[in-house]
Write a protein that binds this ligand. Structure first.
Ligand code: NAP
Ligand code: DHK
Length: 526
């Protein structure tokens, strides 16, 4: 087996590195044939296995000439799709001409053509049984509103199968991430080759886990955001972020549960670390509305471990059969592991991640003889959510005098009672400076992408703080940290916390020691 390095995309000739047969298909959409030919070359160098030629995107189209050119000059197998507007495409012309063009693609040597279920009878009638042996017929159905019940999906697959399809294809839309479970159920039990996608951000899992559940292919775009259907990842991410070729039926599933969640760098951190040791797991963004419903739906051992962020850390407690005592005291869980008995164990790694990062930031000052440099310091926490609870708890445990300021004063008060601290409303914060040399920790999402111009406290008030920490790590240097630095304070970024809170998670996910230097290298490029 020869290792082929092709524009930085390493892949093995033959099947050596592939643990699945699921193909990656790059949609090709362009105004002209020449532009399509350029994109086809890009698809080849990106590592895609085939291209979907969306001829409905062409501004002018001469079927016989253009299809012949596209097939002959394409460096990859071709799937021709001529999607009508009534099925989410761009073609609004005569139906018979559309079907004639698809038949022509078959005759001229296309490897696949895609015909909508609603048009298949007309297509078959006009074919008069003259189906090319080489060309595989994909019969497709698209639902841009919702995902039907498992029964209705089963009936749809049966209807598509009965239409003479070589490959069944349906794409639905996720209204909730739990919709994807029904599609996995259909795919894994399908007796015929099947392409099944759930569109939208909440359907991402369906696109990444195709190899695990037996999907024939998944779609990967050539550029972020240039999608032919909502929610498609790039070919680059499929191959190099999700290790797509390594995924298979026994791959364990991990993810970051949150809402919003696309900002999270956890998939970047864990997938590269999994790959570095050959761990058979994949970690992805999981946009979850209701965490209890998520765990009720995805209850198999395959769904092995999760990070948890806004706004589910407190609700996560109720999903766990067993909770680490520190997480119970904090009242927030950010790491959830599936035990061998299938039940969930919850713990909190935020607190050690943040506190150790802040202590490291303080080490430059006079190390306290009592151990932690936090001892005796006035430690102001902005926020009383999952991160706020963890950090207030950790600071108190290290001997700091803790003050909690929160938008919802009642939550500040409740947390203050639990950890033994003073409570402030957010409005009181800017005028709170009983002494200098204080420590400030922002644990709200203020300043997080996309609202990067927001900050939880005035720059003027920052002169009373010797160290400012921000849990927000997207962006790495928030407005708060920038203004703190300008005010002369030491700063500790949320990236340091993020790395620290990931150590224990990784060890719980894999049973292997955390690759701390690799974590730092991965996040240094961010
Ligand atoms: P959470 O449990 O939802 O808590 C959010 C906190 O932010 C609450 O105190 C909330 O106040 C406050 N808040 C939200 N929006 C606000 C606004 N517009 N104005 C004022 N206060 C606002 O979330 P979390 O899990 O603690 O995470 C909070 C932030 O920390 C997120 O940005 C998260 O990404 C980050 N974080 C980073 C790391 C890391 O590893 N670097 C780890 C943990 C968390 P109310 O009580 O009034 O709603
Ligand atoms: C952010 C947090 O809130 C942590 O507690 C999670 C997550 C990781 C993230 O991936 O952004 O553990």
């Amino acid at each position: 087996m020869e290792l082929v390095v092709d524009s930085g995309v390493k892949k093995m000739e033959g099947e050596a590195m592939r643990k699945n047969q699921t193909l990656i298909c790059a949609p090709i959409m362009a105004d002209s044939v020449d532009q399509m030919l350029i994109l086809m070359q890009k698809a080849k160098t990106s590592g895609a296995d085939l291209v979907e030629v969306r001829v409905d995107s062409l501004k002018s189209f001469n079927p016989r000439l253009d299809i012949d050119t596209l097939i002959k000059q394409c460096p990859l197998p071709t799937l021709f799709t001529y999607r009508p507007t009534w099925e989410g495409g761009q073609y609004a012309g005569d139906e018979m001409s559309r079907l004639d063009a698809l038949r022509l693609a078959m005759e001229l040597g296309a490897d696949y053509i895609d015909v909508e279920l609603k048009a298949i009878d007309e297509f078959n009638n006009a074919l008069h049984g003259n189906k090319s042996a080489k060309c595989k017929l994909i019969v497709s159905s698209h639902n841009y509103e919702s995902t039907p019940s498992a029964e209705d999906l089963g009936n749809l697959v049966a209807r598509i199968q009965a239409s003479g399809a070589d490959i069944v294809k349906f794409a639905t839309t996720a209204q909730d991430i739990t919709d994807v479970a029904r599609v996995f159920q259909i795919t894994v039990h399908s007796q015929v080759p099947i392409i099944a996608m759930v569109m939208g951000e909440k359907g991402l899992m369906s696109r990444i886990l195709c190899p695990k559940f037996g999907g024939y292919l998944t779609f990967g775009t050539l550029e972020m955001g240039k999608v032919s259907a909502p929610g498609q990842p790039t070919v680059e991410d499929l191959l190099n972020l999700y290790n797509f070729r390594q995924l298979g039926p026994d791959t364990k599933i991990f993810g970051i549960i949150g809402k919003p969640v696309s900002h999270s760098k956890s998939p970047l951190l864990y997938n590269e670390s999994f790959r570095s040791v050959g761990f058979n797991g994949v970690f992805m963004h999981l946009l979850v509305d209701d965490i209890a419903n998520f765990f009720r739906t995805y209850s198999s051992l395959d769904f092995a471990g999760f990070s948890c962020t806004i706004p589910h850390k407190e609700a996560a407690l109720d999903c766990c059969a067993e909770i680490d005592p520190t997480a119970k005291a904090i009242g927030a869980v950010n790491c959830i592991i599936r035990r061998p008995d299938g039940k969930l164990f919850g713990c909190n790694t935020d607190y050690i991640g943040a506190i150790s990062a802040i202590e490291e930031g303080l080490q430059g000052s006079q190390p306290s003889i009592s151990g932690s440099p936090l001892a005796g310091k006035l430690f102001v926490v902005i926020g009383a959510g999952g991160a706020g609870k963890a950090i207030a708890y950790g600071a108190k445990e290290k001997g700091a005098r803790v003050v909690i300021a929160n938008r919802t004063y009642e939550r500040a008060r409740e947390l203050a009672i639990v950890v033994g601290a003073k409570a402030l409303s957010l409005d009181e914060l800017s005028n709170f400076h009983p002494e200098n040399d204080m420590i400030l920790a922002n644990t709200t999402s203020i300043g997080m992408q996309p609202k990067v111009d927001d900050t939880p406290i005035s720059k003027e008030a920052l002169k009373h703080y010797s160290l400012v920490f921000d849990a927000v790590y997207t962006p790495k240097i928030t407005r708060l940290l920038r203004e703190a630095q300008e005010s002369g304070a030491k700063i500790v970024t949320g990236v340091e916390m993020f790395i620290g809170q990931a150590y224990e998670q990784y060890e719980r996910f894999t049973g292997l020691p955390a690759p701390k230097e690799l974590f730092k290298n991965i996040m240094s490029t961010y």
